[in-house]
Design a protein around this ligand. Structure first.
Ligand SMILES: *Cc1c(COP(=O)(O)O)cnc(C)c1O
Length: 502
């Protein structure tokens, strides 16, 4: 690699000069009062080492650090399970309309009829897309949706006098949020094995249902599942679980494989979440704001949280709090409203007739990648996949190289790495999700890059072990970064240094 010339940028603290300012305040035209009179003493901090900068310096600081970040507007982002599709800018244009962006949550209902109508229509459009009877738009993320869905299952069983059902079955391949949400909702988790075809082991499911007879509240299943395969036995699975008195929860994070083509509600699922920041093209903005609406069948509808957007006979819209069996409030105000507006614009942009093109192209792209990249790295379960494909890189061990090293080297070729080491049941895996928004040219270039990396692994493994060579930071201490996360800027030392290895 060529050494890139590193310009050492002064930090905003080094740039700071006493009295330098970026704002022009108007002359004070009210009597001045000491700050201590206006703010309680505990809120007063005199020793804050805030930098003093001009507007230009502040602008450059933020633009510079934002451009260090990788994003879907910059390049291909095949992070499996996350559906990092391109976010059409028409969605943002909808959000910029002042009728949406300038409303206040405490405004009287008659002044926000348009916004309430969007919530109402989104509830019914999403219900139609998922094959459900009702939808709550309140959850702020997929994991929050899981927790709501499980709380609804709990409310349902308690209402029927079966509150003793305290067990949730979850496949071993599931996303980590599934068992976490179940545990947080007070459930104990029982594992269900994945068979050699990458699907739910129905015999093991049957055995677990028998072993936990009378205790099962539900089965939490991702479909297509976390190895990117459609659960072909889904109807058998649903009737087994229903027969045991449990409900079927669908982790709908992989809805990009189904949208417009198939509906979880038709497969026997009673409740599910969907991630608007995955399937419905809402940006994954630095960890938020996301949105994880939950759809339910009629049996769970009475328990949905308040408020629900509703329509009166005279055609006006309102927020319905009069729901006696509701589990109550789960989020401030009305959910991530502008995320809902973006997703609604996206759905309208495709329309009922074209939504299926999303899933068809997502699945086609993933299968193209599966077949072509399958010549370089074995596919974990070598069959037609849905919207993503899992490869195992365990053969690289003979060169002393791991999936992690390949992922880091992918950064040098200008791409975001795929998901690594998930699902946990596949050794040394990379999970690649190209999404429908990528052209064949982009996918071809990516495949060529990974093919070159496979050759490098054989000929010059050190290149991979030291990667990335071109990124603003090199290898990070990933455990430290997760366990001792420190994102606060401090004038004493950069926090980034605190977690970097080299
Ligand atoms: C992303 C994802 C989740 C969690 O969704 P968040 O919106 O990140 O909370 C759950 N399950 C699967 C399979 C996912 O891919």
């Amino acid at each position: 690699m060529n050494e890139t010339l590193k310009v050492i940028e002064p930090t905003i603290f080094e740039l700071s000069r006493p009295g330098r300012t970026g704002t022009l305040m108007p002359e004070c035209d009210v009597p001045e009062r000491p700050t201590a009179e206006l703010l309680p003493g505990v809120a007063l901090r005199n020793e804050l080492p805030l930098p003093e900068l001009s507007e230009c310096e502040v602008m450059r600081h933020f633009v510079r650090i934002s451009s260090l970040n990788y994003n879907v507007d910059k390049g291909f982002y095949p992070l499996g399970s996350c559906t990092m599709k391109y976010n059409p800018k028409i969605n943002d244009q909808a959000v910029l309309m002042p009728g949406f962006s300038r409303v206040h949550p405490y405004q009287p209902e008659e002044t926000v009829q348009g916004s309430l109508e969007v919530l109402y229509r989104m509830q019914s459009d999403l219900a139609a897309i998922l094959g459900m009877d009702a939808v709550s738009l309140q959850p702020a993320a997929g994991a929050h949706g899981e927790q709501l869905g499980l709380a609804l299952i709990r409310a349902y069983h308690e209402h029927r006098g079966e509150g003793h059902r305290k067990t949730i079955l979850i496949p071993t391949a599931a996303h980590g949020t599934n068992p976490a949400s179940a545990a947080r909702t007070g459930y104990s988790v029982v594992d269900v094995n994945t068979n050699e075809r990458g699907l739910v082991d129905v015999a093991h499911l049957t055995a677990q249902l028998e072993k936990n007879a009378g205790k099962v509240a539900g089965f939490m299943l991702t479909n297509p599942n976390t190895v990117g395969l459609f659960e072909e036995d889904i109807e058998t699975i649903s009737s087994l679980v229903h027969g045991a008195g449990g409900l079927m929860y669908c982790d709908g994070a992989n809805m990009n494989a189904l949208v417009g083509t198939a509906r979880p509600g038709d497969m026997g699922f009673d409740v599910m979440h969907v991630n608007l920041h995955k399937t419905f093209s809402v940006p994954h903005g630095g960890g938020g704001p996301g949105s994880g609406p939950v759809g339910v069948k009629a049996i769970l509808e009475p328990f949905l949280p308040v408020p629900q957007a509703a329509k009166r006979d005279d055609g006006t819209f309102y927020l319905d709090y009069d729901r006696p069996l509701s589990i109550g409030k789960i989020a401030p105000f009305y959910g991530a409203f502008l995320a809902v507006v973006r997703a609604y614009a996206y759905i309208l942009h495709y329309g009922r007739e074209h939504l299926n093109e999303i899933s068809e192209n997502a699945v086609l792209n993933a299968n193209y990648l599966r077949v072509r990249l399958g010549e370089t790295f074995p596919v974990a379960y070598d069959r037609i996949c849905m919207h993503e494909c899992v490869f195992t890189l365990k053969d690289l061990k003979k060169h002393g190289v791991k999936a992690l090293d390949v992922a880091k080297r992918i950064i040098d070729y200008g791409y975001h790495p795929p998901t690594m080491y998930f699902p946990l049941i596949v050794p040394e895996c990379l999970m690649i999700e190209p999404t429908e928004t990528e052209s064949m040219d982009t996918i071809d270039r990516f495949i060529t890059a990974v093919e070159k990396i496979a050759l490098e692994a054989r000929d010059n493994p050190q290149l991979l072990l030291d990667a990335p060579h071109s990124a603003p930071v090199r290898r990070l201490d990933e455990v430290g970064a997760a366990k001792k996360l420190d994102l606060a800027w401090s004038p004493v030392g950069h926090s980034v240094d605190a977690v970097s290895v080299s």
